[in-house]
Design a protein around this ligand. Structure first.
Ligand code: ADP
Ligand code: MG
Length: 274
């Protein structure tokens, strides 16, 4: 008889940084697109009420449809909420609608409020989709939505903008990761750090990059994402930059980052103790 190939373990990665505008959403959707181009199946879970990841992936996120909000409340299943991006059959998305804006408060009084996303994304719930990667796009806060994302994942990916105050707030983020690790999810760790919006013309960008590499060591991807107009234009067309302008530097850098991410195993590097 022929042995069935052993299924690889699905990697669940939370893209987090409570600072807004550092490139969380851009990184989540473009990395997802890059991984899908490698033949992997990727689910993006949009946990930001702004729904920017849903927009960039070209999926419906009008109020009232099955979304991450209903998923957290237990009113829908992953199967019902998953949409396929029009750009790739391997790129899936659970969208966020504006309804999610109230969830942070609604969740407070709920049973097992920190573990609701993990339960909704169980192996059984995702069985038929053969998903290799789940990328969770967090809102710019450390509230219950982000905690749900950290409980559902094993890995945290931190995008850091190559700008002034780049590491501002990162200490607080790491302390929160440690708290979740200690009390709710012992497997959680910072597996990946990605430098975004790098402007090679400035000395500052290099200083920030060096500082981040000193701090996080091997967790930092070698691929650095340049500041590029194409990257910021793409979501306006309901696209990732890999679809919008595949030959651009932004697209190439996300492709490189995706290859690096996929070639690393889930637990190789990264420690929140640093
Ligand atoms: P976050 O999700 O952390 O709030 P976003 O991914 O939404 O951050 O990015 C913030 C803004 O910066 C957006 O307008 C986005 O289009 C833009 N942006 C992100 N990455 C780049 C980049 N590499 N080059 C140029 N603009 C970028
Ligand atoms: Mg965002």
């Amino acid at each position: 008889s022929v042995a069935l190939p052993k299924l690889k373990e699905r990697r669940v990665i939370t893209v987090a940084n409570q600072k807004g505008g550092v490139g969380k959403t851009t990184t989540a959707v473009n990395l997802a697109s890059a991984l899908a181009l490698q033949g992997l199946t990727v689910l993006v879970v949009d946990l930001d009420p702004q729904g920017n990841a849903s927009t960039a992936l070209g999926v419906d996120h009008r109020s009232g449809i099955a979304s991450s909000y209903e998923l957290l409340l237990g009113e829908t299943t992953a199967k019902e909420a998953i949409q396929t991006s029009p750009h790739s059959p391997r790129l899936l998305c659970i969208p966020a609608t504006i309804d999610l804006a109230g969830a942070e408060i609604e969740l407070v009084s709920m049973v097992a409020r920190e573990g609701r996303l993990k339960t909704a994304l169980s192996d059984a719930a995702l069985e038929e989709f053969e998903i290799d990667f789940v990328l969770i796009d967090c809102p710019p806060s450390l509230g219950l939505l982000t905690v749900n994302a950290m409980v559902a994942a094993k890995e945290v990916l931190i995008p850091i903008q190559c700008e002034y105050y780049a590491l501002e707030g990162v200490g607080q983020l790491l302390r929160n990761i440690q708290l979740v690790q200690a009390h709710l999810n012992p497997s959680l760790h910072v597996s990946t750090v990605i430098l975004t919006m790098y402007d090679g013309r400035t000395k500052l960008a290099d200083q920030v990059a060096d500082e981040v590499r000193n701090h996080f060591g091997e967790a930092v991807l070698r691929a650095v994402i340049p500041r590029s107009v194409k990257v910021s234009e793409a979501p306006g067309y309901g696209m990732t930059v890999l679809d919008y302008d595949p030959g651009s530097r932004g697209a190439m850098s996300y492709l490189d980052a995706g290859r690096e991410l996929a070639s690393r195993s889930a637990g190789v590097v990264g420690s929140v103790e640093r």
